[in-house]
Ligand binder design. Structure first.
Ligand code: HEM
Length: 444
């Protein structure tokens, strides 16, 4: 069967790798033949040959799975394997193990559902957690997702921080069905400008429609496509000989990391900024990858000096200006901004770092070896406290205050203090710690 000259295996392989008509539309005898054919006997499909995926989804640990016929690929490199080796019993619901669509549920308010993987096959849905099929599945799609059509093309989750409410986007043809998880209501839009997506994938807050061996990035609310698309998936989402991206850039060594700023916003998103790039850190299970700052904060074309977050807003400082963005589903610059540092915060001169502790109203601004406090509830804003920092903290790059204390970053190291007050007095000697690959995706 593995011989390239064997017509039978070649046909079967072509059927399996080219997404030819699903088995239920064929004669019973062909169905029987195909269902007897175990994927493990066949040569494995090669994603570097250019595959149109049936479904793509991350799991609860952040592994990404790409599905085609009865096979899957785990992660961004490596060979295919039968999908029921990982998702046991997945093939029981379809003779070829084929799935139409899959997504990882994002519904933190409902821990019984959150992070579970849903697979759609014809009019059925099955649910897995920790690679086990859950009791009670398969279910009818109409029961679990009323109002959503069966025989889907693709599905992708969209958390409320990106779609206003926790939503799942279901794709069928050019129609997109927005399923609101709280109200179980469906709204439909037709995105005829998008290619027909055979799978959809949310990766690091970016939304991708896969079609053929290409992908197109789209905005999950408006469907808008900005940038040069489609792109060949083999350059980005898999490691293939003679394919790749990023040019001659390399992942920086951890010993060479130097931040400009770091901040956690009201919704718990943590970002660091370095040069023209930002990276989200709190979703690190799905990978760490930098993107241009202008992708999220388009007015900041020249990087940032310091960033802090207060209530539902993020303050980005560059030179003598403050840019305030509303931290909603997407960052929008508030009208009238940027304003000068003097006008907005009552300070002047270059800002090295800025941080605000959770539930507090005083921002701590580090400028040339001094920590200046500004009360954000006062109008006009003015410095309420101004203290020199200990000598070893004279050139701080960035600062972050969280439940574990204040981290101040200096080059590739950081110091952790219990509070801003302890930091400022400098009476307690704290050993610097190294930035690690797990923290910031650099090379150890
Ligand atoms: C598992 C490893 C990686 C994966 C899965 C990956 C994936 C991606 C994806 C999906 C995009 C965005 C494509 C788009 O939105 O149009 C991208 C962009 C980019 N990647 Fe990677 N990447 C990886 C590693 C790297 C590395 C090691 C570098 C270089 C150090 C790199 C540099 C870039 C650059 C410069 C961009 C363009 C940024 C942008 O404008 O979106 N990537 N990558």
């Amino acid at each position: 069967l593995n011989s390239p000259n064997c017509l039978c295996s070649c046909c079967l392989l072509r059927l399996k790798t080219q997404n030819i008509t699903p088995v239920h539309n064929r004669s019973d005898s062909v169905s029987a033949l195909l269902s007897d054919f175990q994927p493990s006997f066949a040569a494995l499909p090669d994603r570097c040959a250019g595959i149109e995926f049936d479904a793509i989804t991350p799991d609860e640990q952040g592994n990404t799975f790409f599905f085609k016929g009865g096979h899957l690929w785990k992660g961004f490199h490596g060979p295919a394997q039968p999908s029921n080796e990982i998702f046991k019993k997945l093939h029981d619901i379809h003779p070829l193990g084929h799935v139409d669509a899959a997504f990882r549920m994002h519904n933190a308010e409902n821990p019984d559902d959150h992070d579970h993987i849903y697979f759609f096959v014809d009019d059925k849905v099955v649910r897995f957690y920790d690679q086990s099929l859950e009791d009670g599945y398969p279910k009818e799609m109409t029961e679990e997702f009323p109002g959503v059509p069966t025989h889907l093309d693709a599905a992708v989750e969209c958390p409320k921080t990106e779609c206003m409410t926790n939503t799942v986007l279901f794709f069928k043809g050019q129609d997109v069905y927005f399923y609101d998880l709280a109200t179980k209501t469906v709204k439909t839009k037709t995105w005829s400008h998008l290619p027909q997506c055979t799978s959809a994938f949310r990766w690091l807050e970016h939304y991708y429609c896969f079609h053929g061996h290409n992908f197109t990035r789209f905005h999950p609310v408006s469907g808008e496509v900005t940038g040069n698309y489609p792109k060949d998936a083999r350059n980005y989402f898999m490691k293939c000989p003679n394919f790749g991206h990023g040019g001659d850039r390399t992942v920086p060594k951890c010993s060479e990391v130097k931040l400009d700023a770091i901040s956690t916003d009201d919704t718990g998103k943590t970002y660091f900024f370095a040069g023209s790039t930002y990276m989200r850190l709190d979703t690190s299970r799905d990978g760490l990858h930098g993107f241009p700052i202008t992708r999220s904060w388009k007015e900041l074309t020249n990087g940032v000096d310091a960033v802090f977050s207060y209530i539902d807003k993020i303050y980005l400082m560059k030179d003598d200006k403050v840019y305030i963005y509303k931290a909603d589903a997407h960052y929008t610059l508030i009208e009238g901004y940027p304003k000068s540092l003097k006008e907005e915060l009552g300070i002047e001169g270059h800002v090295d770092a800025a941080f605000l502790c959770p539930n507090e109203h005083t921002v701590h601004i580090i400028q040339g070896g001094r920590m200046r406090d500004v009360d954000l509830t006062a109008t006009p804003r003015a410095i309420t406290n101004d203290v020199p920092l200990p000598p070893h903290l004279s050139d701080i790059d960035a600062g972050l205050c969280g439940p574990d204390g204040v981290k101040v970053f200096k080059g590739s190291q950081f110091y952790l203090y219990e509070s801003p007050k302890i930091l400022a007095t400098g009476r307690i000697i704290v050993e610097p710690q190294k930035i690690t690959s797990a923290m910031m995706g650099c090379q150890d």
